[in-house]
Design a protein around this ligand. Structure first.
Ligand code: UDX
Length: 462
């Protein structure tokens, strides 16, 4: 393989960032580039098998952000400041040492929450491209918030009858928007990071008017949203999932190939023993912790369906996550299987899975769509409410669990949504349609494939 051109890919040390970023790195590798993948030690220390088994041309480098054993949610603000400070210095050193070894980087690809990487690249005169790991619609929302719509959004955050029509997007109520937009949200500090991302993109376009934002989506899914803000020049590169589910050229490429969390108890035989489309898969991503009343509402809903389920209940996935003892554990274990972790894409591709009860993290959504599984959305934070809205009302491949004004899930609601997703013919048909379109986009000659190929050709100066 000709490794003409060395690219630095930098990802935030969370599973929802590492998975798609690593897939993108592998796409670049497949097109003949050499890639160095960089993240903080907190993630890299748990990827030793991945690093040892890396294909030629892909290498891993870690840096210390001062939180090598992970960080607590309560530390987030300090952690982000340290990550920027220490990460910037580490990146400068890495760029210099690659050049000294005769393997200079020709391009930097950096992911969400890391605008400082774009700034370091600008300082060093290295071309850089932002890889946005949420739907294009979300970047549109942030852009419009900072460009003319912010006051209206903030003014109406408490009005349940209000909605906003942003170009290229469906009408959105306050509940459909990311909570970061509202000053009352305790994580409101994150908004500054999104603003910085948009500023970095705008600044790099002054030196390179052709610069793009790569997005983990595909044209057919978000045609209008990708084109809504011309200035951002968004280009679809997704779905960034293992290729066995897309072009199928390498049938062994069925997992993210990332040992951040070990696969635990074997659930595959259990899944294989179940009839087609009979199992409810339940999981809430890699780090969020549900409240006790939410866990109980979900458990009750699952029991009421009397259907088999596979439920990932993490424990110790983060420092804050000590696990929760369900009150009806024995009954649950008679009806389904509760496991601490799984290879989600392999589970979703198992024919026995009938629907996915998810928090609607973007990876979970796009994995479910690309694998043709209807979604029950139980959004908790950040982009998830918007993702759930899009899945339900635009892509019509799922349904969102309703909460009352106090944020509680009322009796019967979880069961209602699960039954609709398991029995709904239209949702299943649409999920299958998105699966076919996702494959088409990723196959050789498909829209995302060509976008990545053009990106690679451009950075090689072809
Ligand atoms: C975070 C944010 O919460 C989310 O809103 C944002 O869109 C991306 O970053 P996370 O909460 O971890 O992500 O959820 P998600 O985006 O769904 O990513 C989780 C990843 O972990 C997926 O790639 C999924 O396949 C994988 N996973 C999860 C497993 O492999 N096994 C599991 O048991 C659970």
């Amino acid at each position: 393989m000709d490794h003409g051109g060395h690219v630095l890919v930098v990802a935030f040390p969370g599973q929802g960032h590492i998975n798609p970023a690593l897939q993108f790195a592998k796409r670049l590798l497949g097109m003949g580039l050499k890639v160095t993948f960089v993240t903080a030690f907190s993630a890299l220390n748990r990827m030793t098998e991945t690093a040892a088994a890396a294909p030629p041309g892909l290498s891993f480098v870690g840096f210390s952000d001062g939180y090598d054993n992970g960080w607590k949610t309560s530390d987030t603000e300090h952690f982000m400041v340290e990550q920027k400070r220490r990460g910037s210095a580490a990146m400068e050193e890495l760029v210099a040492s690659a050049a000294a070894q005769g393997q200079p980087f020709v391009h930097v690809v950096y992911c969400i929450l890391l605008p400082w990487v774009g700034r370091v690249a600008q300082k060093l005169g290295l071309p850089a491209t932002f890889l946005w790991l949420q739907p294009a619609s979300l970047l549109d929302i942030y852009f419009y918030y900072f460009n003319g719509y912010g006051d209206e959004i903030m003014k109406n955050s408490d009005d349940p009858s209000w909605s906003i029509q942003l170009p290229g997007l469906p009408p959105l109520t306050a509940d459909d928007l990311p909570p970061f937009l509202f000053p009352s949200d305790p994580s409101n500090f994150a908004i500054a990071l999104f603003k910085e991302h948009i500023d970095v993109i705008t600044d790099s376009q002054q030196t390179n008017p052709n610069s793009k934002v790569l997005v983990n989506t595909f044209d057919e899914l978000e045609f209008d949203a990708l084109r809504s803000v011309k200035k951002l020049n968004m280009i679809a590169a997704g779905p960034l999932i293992p290729t066995a589910f897309l072009d199928g050229k390498d049938p062994s490429d069925t997992s993210f190939g990332c040992d951040l969390f070990q696969k635990t108890k074997d659930y595959t035989d259990w899944l294989n023993s179940k009839p087609t489309a009979s199992v409810i898969y339940v999981s809430f991503g890699s780090y969020l912790v549900l409240k006790d009343h939410e866990m109980e509402a979900i458990a009750r809903g699952l029991l009421e369906t009397r259907r088999p389920f596979l439920w990932v209940v993490r424990s110790g996935g983060t420092d804050d996550d000590q696990g929760y003892e369900l009150s009806c554990k024995a009954e649950l274990e008679e009806q389904g299987l509760v496991i601490p972790w799984c290879s989600q894409v392999e589970v979703l591709s198992n024919p026995s899975v009938g629907c996915f009860f998810t928090h609607c993290g973007w990876n979970s959504c796009i994995e479910s769509l690309a694998l043709g599984v209807p979604v029950v959305g139980f959004p908790l934070w950040t982009d998830q409410a918007t993702n759930a809205k899009l899945v339900q009302d635009v892509w019509k491949a799922g349904i969102k669990v309703r909460r009352n004004r106090e944020g509680m899930v009322e009796d019967g609601e979880v069961k209602r949504c699960l039954e609709m997703a398991m029995e709904g013919e239209e949702m299943r048909r649409n999920a299958r349609k998105w699966k076919d379109l996702a494959k088409e986009a990723a196959m050789e000659g498909g829209s995302s494939y060509l976008n990545i190929k053009n990106f690679v050709d451009e950075l090689r100066g072809i």
